[in-house]
Design a protein around this ligand. Structure first.
Ligand SMILES: [Zn+2]
Length: 209
């Protein structure tokens, strides 16, 4: 990963046309999670699910579902608050309590951290590093978070939002939202049609280049 949070191959001659798929703000509902992962499976793709601690506490079984179905878990802080202006000790709790609960539920600790609102500040970067977490925001926003329930044509809008910004190594931000679940199959087909493949998050080196 480079400093723009794009994914770049370490070896010369490797296909650069890759994208990283990420879904934030879950886990919310089993139906959405199962559908997202069904679609990922259909396209032989893996994704990072950046979860919030308060949601995991409410529904640990949904975290387990993501993990058991091969989703890669990322840390998205406990409360989904803006971290950059908070104290060291508060940010430490926001990050480390998620590490703890994910480890309790799945026996594995996240290795990726994404600050809520992309605003971790120096304090977020420091504490992520202290926990061996690779800090990332994103480089392509699907803008799915701005869409409304009653809005028409959300699938096409989401695909256009992504393809308008698409480039080699795109780190694509999406959310666990019903319209994103619905758009995903068409989005992945579109990306494949443009020659892109999907990065396996487990192949990402855990340091910035
Ligand atoms: Zn978020």
């Amino acid at each position: 990963m480079n400093k723009n949070y794009d994914i770049v191959p370490n070896e010369e001659g490797t296909n650069k046309k890759v994208v990283l798929l990420t879904f934030d703000d879950g886990p919310k509902e089993a139906d959405m999670i199962n559908s997202l992962i069904d679609t990922l499976d259909k396209h032989q793709a893996k994704a990072i699910f950046f979860v919030n601690g308060y949601r995991v506490k409410e529904h640990p079984e949904l975290l387990k579902l993501i993990h058991d179905r091969g989703g890669i878990l990322g840390n998205h802080s406990w409360d989904h608050i803006v971290l950059k202006d908070k104290s060291y000790s508060e940010v430490k709790k926001q990050i480390e309590n998620v590490q703890t609960i994910v480890k309790q539920v799945t026996s594995e600790s996240p290795v990726f951290f994404r600050p809520p609102h992309g605003a971790g500040g120096d304090v977020g970067k420091k504490i992520a590093a202290e926990n061996g977490l690779l800090y990332m925001t994103w480089s392509v926003g699907s803008l799915d978070w701005e869409m409304k329930e009653k809005e028409q044509g959300k699938t096409d809008t989401l695909i256009k939002n992504v393809t308008d910004q698409l480039h080699s190594g795109s780190n694509i931000l999406m959310h666990e939202l019903p319209w994103t679940v619905e758009a995903l199959d068409k989005l992945l087909t579109t990306l494949e049609g443009k020659g892109y493949t999907f990065v396996d998050p487990r192949s990402i080196e855990l340091k910035m280049r």
